[in-house]
Design a protein around this ligand. Structure first.
Ligand SMILES: Nc1ncnc2c1ncn2[C@@H]1O[C@H](COP(=O)(O)OP(=O)(O)O)[C@@H](O)[C@H]1O
Ligand SMILES: [Mg+2]
Length: 367
């Protein structure tokens, strides 16, 4: 689900006065102008959490810099009350959400942004084994172009798009059971687009409102779409067909889908009994494997305590440059150095910790 944001305490006054400064006679006038509910505006002004997309939209109308005034609530990997030094250097339990912790995939990023930077926006599929880094890549696409450079590593490329501020990104996680309901999913997409959500949101209404109102480039990221296809009978061929026709015929090239799955979309459709042409619109497929050696070295070098060259070589070899395995082995080496231990037990422990992910090492695609 999208993150929610709230106004940081020190900006409360500034935000309250911005309504008048921008000639809005009332909170309702702002809500109407944006086509969103009054309660969202009230929450925003009262420093209560509101959906990320609404937050950005409201700030735009009120001429506020959203990144400056936001108190980031739910970004546990890096939030405004945590300094960079306090955050964990190696992340192994969850997908990478903050771009600072993401390494490599430069070839895939270039191709994906090439598809998204010109009209018509084009669709892509990201394929790869469990825990290879699909979700992390989706988050990175969504966040990298608008993250303030001071929150990135030196030399980390962020200028992938000519006008990143115009783009809307919608992250749909099909592992979230709420996304199994057609109505919930459509309402969620409308909400992210700051469009009015009706009490009953059906496919016809959704198609009409999106085709009438989608004027800026929009990318819908569909994570674990296979789960959606297998578990959700409401997401049937008619549903997928509508999404396809929306992207190809009704949004003036402004809409693209990027999906993540462990098998090719066409195979996936076949294996789950779907026949919709939706699964034929993915002209570009990125198959994720290991990082390049240079990318893997960069990840290792991000350790706050420098590793000895022989340790670096051992980590590269054992991990075969697979990002999760790199992260685990680096974590073990770092803990061991931090504890001032001089033995080699960390290697044994590291191998034990990567054991459950041995499937990643099988039939590795060479880079
Ligand atoms: N580009 C990357 N840079 C650094 N670590 C990564 C990267 N991609 C994946 N990882 C590591 O792999 C783990 C699994 O990634 P994730 O995106 O959740 O995989 P998937 O969605 O394919 O199951 C993350 O917790 C992280 O440790
Ligand atoms: Mg995932």
């Amino acid at each position: 689900m999208a993150r929610s944001l709230k106004v940081a305490q020190e900006y409360q006054q500034k935000v309250k006065s911005s309504l008048q400064r921008n000639s809005y006679p009332s909170q309702k006038a702002l809500a109407d102008d944006l086509g969103i509910s009054l309660s969202t505006v009230k929450n925003f002004l009262g420093s209560k959490p509101v959906d990320y997309q609404y937050f950005v939209e409201i700030c735009r109308k009120l001429e506020l810099n959203w990144q400056e005034i936001a108190h980031k609530e739910s970004d546990t990997q890096l939030n405004s009350s945590t300094t960079l030094e306090e955050t964990s250097p190696f992340i192994t339990g969850s997908s990478i959400t903050h771009p600072r912790h993401f390494f490599g995939r430069q070839k895939e990023l270039k191709r994906l942004f090439d598809l998204l930077k010109r009209h018509p926006l084009q669709n892509a599929a990201i394929i790869g084994k469990r825990r290879i880094g699909k979700t992390s890549l989706l988050h990175y696409l969504k966040n990298i172009t608008t993250t303030p450079p001071e929150q990135l590593r030196a030399a980390q490329k962020y200028d992938w798009l000519p006008h990143p501020e115009n783009y809307k990104w919608i992250f749909v996680d099909f592992q979230d059971p709420r996304m199994a309901s057609r109505e919930r999913l459509l309402s969620y997409i409308l909400e992210c687009l700051s469009l009015k959500v009706p009490t009953l949101c059906n496919l016809d209404y959704f198609m009409d409102i999106v085709s009438d109102n989608l004027h800026s480039p929009t990318v819908i990221l569909l994570d674990e779409i296979g789960v959606g296809l297998k578990r959700c009978p409401e997401l049937d061929d008619e549903f997928w067909e509508c999404l396809r026709s929306l992207a190809t015929n009704h949004t003036r090239g402004n809409l693209a889908f990027i999906l993540a799955t462990h098998e090719s979309p066409i195979e996936l459709a076949r294996n789950t009994g779907h026949s919709s042409p939706f699964f034929n619109i993915f002209g570009y497929t990125a198959t994720l494997g290991a990082l390049t050696e240079a990318e893997a070295r960069e990840l290792i070098a991000s350790s706050p305590i420098t590793f000895a060259e022989e340790d670096v070589e051992w980590i590269l070899q054992q991990s075969q440059c697979l990002p999760l395995l790199l992260q685990i082995l680096c974590r073990e080496r770092l803990f061991n150095l931090e504890d001032g231990e001089t033995d080699e037990n960390w290697r044994e422990e590291g191998l034990r910790q990567i054991e459950p992910f041995a499937h990643l090492l099988e039939a590795q695609t060479q880079r």
